[in-house]
Design a protein around this ligand. Structure first.
Ligand code: MLT
Length: 276
């Protein structure tokens, strides 16, 4: 029997996974995957907005939020396997998949590997490229810096890059929530995920094969995965559309939730006549 709630856990291959499951039984499933180093709580505005029309599920990627890290080395492929197991365990045959940044890396790979499981895709503040040598080096430097100075300095530096200037000045509650998610992620999970990013493969070459309705969303001031990266993906994925969110950086769903939700709502309505 289905368990519903904001903060529940399920065992998947010996791994305890934290998740939210709201909305009606039998409603179309909207499945959210968070970015790094955050957790499912970053989707709280979307869970509230869409649980009247959808069964809304948001889970913690292993090593984040309430999900255990497990024994395997992190990789995007491992995260995609976990997603499959989460869907099986929650009895979700097919879903509309919505991932932000790291969640987008996972979502893209999942849709490419298991196209039959997803009937629509929402890619937020993400990209399809692999890390450049410079980015890899930055990630390795971040690991060293956390080892030497702790996670607080890492959180401060990251927040400056994540959020739009207006968010930093006017939305203290968003800044505090983002900081809390970062500092509550264990150093080992931070290191493992950063390493996994450096090893991930590009998915750009596969974008033309995506056949499901796709919406790409990006914060206008996203400097981590900027609008140009979103535009490139939009040009590569047949029939996809692009929404640029004003007053938002890399965390568009948290920084401008009203506008983000309007865009998502419009997209979901546009595919209502198709199965979703
Ligand atoms: C994220 O928000 O998931 C990260 O920015 C991903 C990354 O560092 O590549």
């Amino acid at each position: 029997m289905r368990t519903t709630g904001d903060d529940i856990r399920i065992k998947i291959n010996d791994l305890s996974v934290g998740y939210t499951d709201k909305g009606q039984d039998g409603a179309p499933v909207l499945l959210f995957i968070h970015g790094f180093p955050f957790n499912k709580s970053m989707w709280k505005n979307q869970v509230a907005a869409f649980s009247n029309s959808h069964r809304v599920v948001a889970y913690d990627v292993r090593g984040h939020g309430n999900s255990e890290p497990g024994a395997d080395n992190f990789s995007i492929e491992l995260f995609v396997h976990d997603l499959n197991f989460v869907m099986d365990a929650l009895d979700i045959e097919t879903a509309t998949l919505c991932g932000l940044s790291m969640g987008g890396y996972i979502a893209l790979k999942a849709v490419i590997n298991y196209p039959e499981r997803f009937h629509a895709l929402v890619l937020c503040d993400t990209n399809c490229t692999a890390d450049t040598p410079e980015v890899k080096e930055k990630r390795l430097n971040a690991i060293e810096s956390i080892k030497q100075n702790g996670v607080e300095g890492f959180a401060d530096g990251l927040i400056e890059n994540l959020l739009a200037s207006q968010t930093l000045v006017t939305k203290n509650e968003v800044v505090a929530a983002v900081r809390e998610m970062i500092v509550s992620t264990s150093p080992d999970s931070l290191f493992q995920t950063l390493i996994a990013f450096t090893k991930r493969f590009e998915t750009c070459g596969k974008l033309p094969e995506i056949k499901i309705p796709t919406l790409i969303i990006v914060g206008k001031e996203d400097i981590i995965t900027p609008p140009e990266a979103a535009q490139f993906m939009q040009e590569q994925i047949p029939g996809s559309s692009l929404s640029i969110i004003e007053h938002a950086g890399h965390l568009s769903n948290l920084e401008n939730p009203d506008r983000f939700n309007d865009e998502l709502k419009g997209f979901l309505a546009s595919i209502t006549n198709k199965k979703h």
